[in-house]
Design a binder for this molecule. Sequence first.
Ligand code: ACO
Length: 374
Amino acid sequence: MEDRAGLVAGLEGVVAAETRLSRVDGEEGELIVAGYPVEELAGRASFEETVYLLWYDVLPDPEQLASFREELACRRALSGATMDLLRAVAAERVPAMDALRMAAGTVRPGAPHDEALALVASLPTIVAAYRRMQEGEEPVEPDPELGHAANYLYMLTGEAPGEEFARALETYLTTVSDHGMNASTFAARVIVSTRSDIVSAVVGAIGALKGPLHGGAPGPALDVVFEIGEASRAEAYLREKLGRGERLMGFGHRIYRVRDPRADVLAAAAKRLYDTDGDRRLYELALEVEQTALRLLAEHKPGRNLQTNVEFYTALLLHGLELPTELFTPTFAIGRVAGWTGHCFEQQGSDRIIRPQSVYLGEENRRWVPVEER
Ligand code: ACO
């Protein structure tokens, strides 16, 4: 809402860019990715197809897809300098998201398209290599024969994943690949609008994604389910949290006034996964926690219609894929870098620096007082 000085807190409702990458309709609960409803695209597209679609506004034909896959696959390996950096920060027990931010910054700035390819290709290698270093294991070299998603899982575990796992991860990566003018995308566009490079923009975006109000929510959302432990404890636990003024992670959204459509896509993918494999008890507990949380949020903020967002089912799906909680947000970055880079291309096309204004609230007419007189 705008105040008298023209300030719009949180820039809510402010239109800051034009984009053809995705359209978010918060009233209807719709997400359109380059023309495709997310429900149509997410279960079918490989991640490479999604990146191609976001960058070029068309799905690739078989030849284009093969050559795009090749362009990405040949850029997966990390430089010696990046590996040295990761080893050094692993020894310091730096959190994975901070290691990702630092290592993404070692991608060499160059032509925008090369930078974007290198970033999309190398983020999974950084995350997987770092995880293995933290665990005291040797990193696994990328396998160029595997698709982007399957190769990420392979580099984490050393074993090529089954089709069900690879499909579930592709669904996740496409679902989160872009989402309008979210905070991290805006951060990337601001950086590129100064004619800085895409590497810097993605480093800034990773920093924005890390926050618990944006991409940092799924880990805490799953922790809540673990801490609750059994369904009968859910209500008391969640009531206490709300009573302390805490937010329930995985619920609510700035734009959606109805259920986040990505939650539905990921809920279906999680159901498929847990039907075939995984901790069925945890899955059922999570569904009960969700229902209790929705009931209590309706009591807590009547009329606001706080609903499940993408992060709740992200947590469940990524846990089902046997990813540790610490990798949830880095894995979000591996998907969202598709959108960040696409937005950077768009922003470069508009070539207008993003430079809003602020309202000054400080003192006026102060006079200098020498240090010894203060
Ligand atoms: N739990 C408890 N209360 C909540 C929650 C929640 N999850 N979400 C919103 N509220 C409350 C707010 O505190 C606010 O209360 P107030 O009127 O007393 O100040 C009221 O509901 C209305 O809040 P909104 O204006 O709808 O929220 P806002 O747009 O400021 O924030 C946000 C949206 C940050 C996502 C918020 O819902 C939240 O913190 N959710 C939990 C964190 C989370 O799940 N983040 C991931 C979002 S998805 C993504 O970024 C990929």
